[in-house]
Design a protein around this ligand. Sequence first.
Ligand SMILES: NC(=O)c1ccc[n+]([C@@H]2O[C@H](COP(=O)([O-])OP(=O)(O)OC[C@H]3O[C@@H](n4cnc5c(N)ncnc54)[C@H](O)[C@@H]3O)[C@@H](O)[C@H]2O)c1
Length: 432
Amino acid sequence: MHSLEKLIESRQAQVGIVGLGYVGLPLAVEFAGAGLRVIGFDMQPAKVDSVNSGVSYIGDVPDERLVPLTKSGRLRATNNLSDLGQCDAICICVPTPLDKNKTPDISYVAGTADTIAQNLRDGQLIVLESTTYPGTTEEIILPRLTATGRTVGKDFYLAFSPERIDPGRKDFTTANTPKVVGGVTPQCTELAAALYSTFNPRVHRVSSPRVAEMEKLLENIFRLVNVSMINEMALLADRLGVDIWEVIEAASTKPYGFMPFYPGPGLGGHCIPIDPFYLSWKAKEVNFSPRFIELAGEINDMMPHYVTTKVIVALNRQKKCVNGSKILVLGVSYKKDVEDVREAPAVHIIKELWRKFALVTYCDPHVRSLSIGGRSVERVEFTDEALREADCVLILTDHTAFDFDRVAEKSRLIVDTRNAITRRDLSHVYHL
Ligand SMILES: NC(=O)c1ccc[n+]([C@@H]2O[C@H](COP(=O)([O-])OP(=O)(O)OC[C@H]3O[C@@H](n4cnc5c(N)ncnc54)[C@H](O)[C@@H]3O)[C@@H](O)[C@H]2O)c1
């Protein structure tokens, strides 16, 4: 048995997690919970302090889970990247955003690879988890590590294993969603598989990092394309005077060959609106234009504008104009029951409403403050008074905490982008 495998199996291995965000912190907790010693690295001192004091800032990681791990010393956080040299295995969970021209910003991955290279020692396993285009592991990370004079598969090991976490989801988590692993060499794959097997019983091996990188993008593109398709259907159904929600409910009775996707105010979060463009960027290198991705992106980008128009039309029916109207936005995070507002459609919609001189407030039990372009949005509590005062209540996120019967009863006018209000006999409710 390989010496690293022995260390992993006997739980003597020390694992480093670079980037303690939505992906990195849950992963660190899983490894530590499985009995491994974990060092979490983050450049934000506030996150480091928070982890070390057993206070979680990620909804999926309750403090009760974190505290025993930090207290026992199984998990500690630091921003001192030279401690990377102490780790037997290192998982990279840093951001992979797009720049303003929708070009991949791979600088976090490259920067982390440079730091790992400076601290590299023989026998280490490096796994990239950040979502990225096929080729990143071998084109960005590998050359930086081999420049130290070491050979992959012999002196160090390198693999890609995508994180598939769906924040807020309870049934499938980091621990029980199968882990896909693709190493640069077969030994790299086996060591990465051994590492993840410490907490996840289902590891699926693929032949290369490229396959693992692309499968993650396929998952996200599948979702992007289908959500955008149903959004387009919603726009058409509206013009045809057909209730798209009823159409989807009926289609969903087919026991095979159909899978429901639901329209909404636009896609959000750090994955679906961003990751597919990593693939379309890479495709240009081989002179290929992936049209589904571009088209889906266009439709998705239209949705916030469509929702704003829907608010204007609804107000108009009540002989009101958007200028000076009080709009209460219910839910600003990009999806139900999470606190993440990255790329959230609410941000674009509120901006557009502001441009039309609406007076916008928001209510979201998960989002304590919201600032858009340096301007803060006034937060209100979920009260009858707040609902009654608004000229229009705009439902953007159907958080479980909202009582939608109460919303329907107390509000004067509602635009519901999530079918949160299922009744169809209310003339003051407009659905997407
Ligand atoms: N959020 C999700 O639902 C999700 C799901 C699957 C995959 N992913 C992918 O995982 C990756 C990370 O996403 P996330 O949502 O966890 O991001 P995040 O922004 O929540 O966390 C990233 C963390 O990395 C830290 N960081 C950045 N550069 C660093 C460096 N050089 N050294 C140490 N720390 C550094 C940041 O301070 C931040 O805390 C991305 O590629 C993303 O696409 C995210």
